[in-house]
Design a protein around this ligand. Structure first.
Ligand code: FPP
Length: 258
């Protein structure tokens, strides 16, 4: 086996005060609704409005990509009625938002195992991806029926198929190859991860992609996540020193030379 190369960090990122890519676990919709004596699903409806606002803030603040965890592989365990309302929300959000996203130059992609969704939802996803495919101002990735472990397994399967077909050898398998088969390989990994709702977990989100991401947890419930909450997260990020395995002194030297 050849030695696996550790990816060299993009040292241009070291000085960056604005995260180029933010990934968010949008948690707290149910509690937001409960506090108002509303059904949990009302929290998800309010959550869609928060999605819309957050995309706008991110574009305004110069962020280039946003990945939102809309539905995890584990969310099927929720009551059937809640799952059904969430699916309807995805369909209606795609119907109402796609043209607006397109006009703003936003490219939309859905990552995850969408094969289990209804034909109607899959068509809406395909249409939205096709309509926005050539936009390059901002990338919006919606993780739906997504799990970080699922992503690594599906990438591994594709690599094994190439191996079985005789197209690659075991020594060809390295981090770059695995990365190239994951759900997205053309967008830099998230610089900043935000989880709302007060829990401090990654919950099987982007396990591979978050290796060097700065983590930020806030008690703000997702429907209450507003511009000032995003600013707090971005301000916190701007104070972090990202080291990518180097020492603090090496980073100081690199950033003073940059
Ligand atoms: C977590 O809150 C939220 C979800 C599982 C669903 C997120 C979905 C949306 C924000 C709406 C649809 C999104 C798009 C992109 C159209 P929770 O229900 O676990 O809240 P809790 O922890 O307070 O119970």
């Amino acid at each position: 086996m050849t030695e696996t190369r550790t990816p060299v960090p993009d040292t241009e990122n070291l000085n960056r005060l604005v995260p180029m890519h933010i990934a968010i676990i949008m948690d707290g919709n149910g509690r937001w609704a409960k506090k108002r004596l509303l059904p949990r699903t009302a929290g998800h409806t309010a959550g869609v409005k928060s999605v819309r606002r957050t995309v706008e803030y991110c574009v305004k603040k110069g962020v280039k990509a946003l990945t939102l965890f809309a539905f995890s592989s584990e969310n099927w365990r929720r009551p059937a009625e809640e799952v059904s309302i969430l699916m309807q929300l995805f369909v209606s959000a795609l119907e109402s938002e796609v043209q607006k996203l397109h006009k703003q130059g936003i490219r939309l992609r859905v990552i995850g195992d969408t094969s289990v969704f209804s034909v109607k939802l899959r068509r809406k996803i395909e249409d939205a991806e096709r309509i926005t495919a050539n936009n390059d101002r901002f990338d919006l990735l919606i993780a739906a029926n997504y799990g970080g472990r699922w992503d690594i397994v599906q990438a591994t399967r594709k690599i094994c198929a190439e191996f079985s077909a005789g197209n690659i050898e075991a020594d060809d398998i390295n981090e770059d190859l695995l990365q190239s088969q994951l759900s997205f390989s053309d967008i830099p990994h998230p610089d900043l991860f935000i989880r709302t709702g007060g829990e401090s977990r990654i919950s099987n989100f982007l396990l591979w992609h978050l290796a060097y991401t700065e983590l930020y947890f806030t008690p703000v419930l997702w429907p209450d996540f507003n511009e000032s909450a995003l600013e707090d997260a971005m301000h916190d990020f701007s104070k972090r020193q990202r080291r990518f395995g180097y020492t603090g002194e090496q980073i100081a030297q690199m950033t003073s030379n940059a």
